[in-house]
Design a protein around this ligand. Sequence first.
Ligand SMILES: NC(=O)c1ccc[n+]([C@@H]2O[C@H](COP(=O)([O-])OP(=O)(O)OC[C@H]3O[C@@H](n4cnc5c(N)ncnc54)[C@H](O)[C@@H]3O)[C@@H](O)[C@H]2O)c1
Length: 337
Amino acid sequence: MSILLTGGAGYIATHTLISLLENGYEAVTLDDYDNSSPEALRRVRQLTGKEFAVIEGDAQDRELLVRTILDYNVDGIIHFAGHKAVGESVAKPLKYYRNNLTSTIAVLEAMQQTGVRDLIFSSSAAVYAGDNQMPLTESSRRECINPYGWTKYMSEQIIRDAAKANPEFSCVLLRYFNPVGAHPSGMIGEDPSDVPNNLMPYICQTAVGLRERLTVFGSDYRTHDGTGVRDYLHVCDLADGHVKALEYAASHSGCEAFNLGTGTGYSVLDMVKAFEKVNGVKIPYVIGPRRPGDLDECYADPSKAEKLLGWKAKRGIEEMVRDGWNWQKKNPRGYRE
Ligand SMILES: NC(=O)c1ccc[n+]([C@@H]2O[C@H](COP(=O)([O-])OP(=O)(O)OC[C@H]3O[C@@H](n4cnc5c(N)ncnc54)[C@H](O)[C@@H]3O)[C@@H](O)[C@H]2O)c1
């Protein structure tokens, strides 16, 4: 089986690429390196000792997708490519709608044109409305509060409609919760090109001295310690979820959504304390104001993925903070060393 990974040089895609290669898949990556580096792919090669094809290009380019699918006999696609910074999506909504929606449409058109039937899509917990009961199930109410979330919501709808019109399609929508950590080798990991939006890279950059201190946004949430609670998930567990999703797609048709999370919520201060304890490093922090739109808590009911995909997160908070720090410590400036 040969799999095309759009956005294949990114954080989640490179970890997934390792899982795919280790499970006997062949792979082709297509990335414009807007938020990643070819160095990440070089390291995947080094780490796995396996070859795969690398294409530099834009996932919005349908002709390029068709050519790549035909040249490499692609059997299935994992569509990771997209912009993902929530704050930037509020300031530049059209950039987000254009890239994230056009690329999804181009992938589906290329599937129609070439007869590829299996698609795994990187969706997000950002599709769920803020007034749901926790834990979130796949049928919890969906509504977004920023353009980034809407691009995932709309992409899901576009994929669902395309699957209805093409009954041979088999599409899996993976709603990721909060991926953190890195490959245990410390050779690949998350490398934000800007000031990190997410907690773990910010903690890691503070620990390594790139940032003076962490700002904790809000300490008066209705949680056990007042800071926001999220469902953090080790990126290697998330990567394995894609292999399970491909197996599921191969034996089903239609369109199905799955939460990928651990089902356990940790607060910002839980993560800081675990990081300090496991790694023996102090994280200076200050309490700042709440960020608009942030919820008290957000965590998954991952039981559908366990039941239908046979997937369950295996790695706990210690591995998340240990592997995240191992990557940052070995690569203080990410792939730019
Ligand atoms: N990291 C998270 O917290 C999270 C949570 C939920 C969903 N997701 C989604 O998962 C996917 C992967 O996320 P990530 O964290 O690995 O991000 P990432 O930025 O590391 O990876 C995305 C990759 O896509 C590439 N890309 C963007 N637009 C492209 C285009 N038009 N053509 C070709 N390549 C393009 C980027 O260069 C990058 O390598 C994204 O769709 C993201 O929205 C991420």
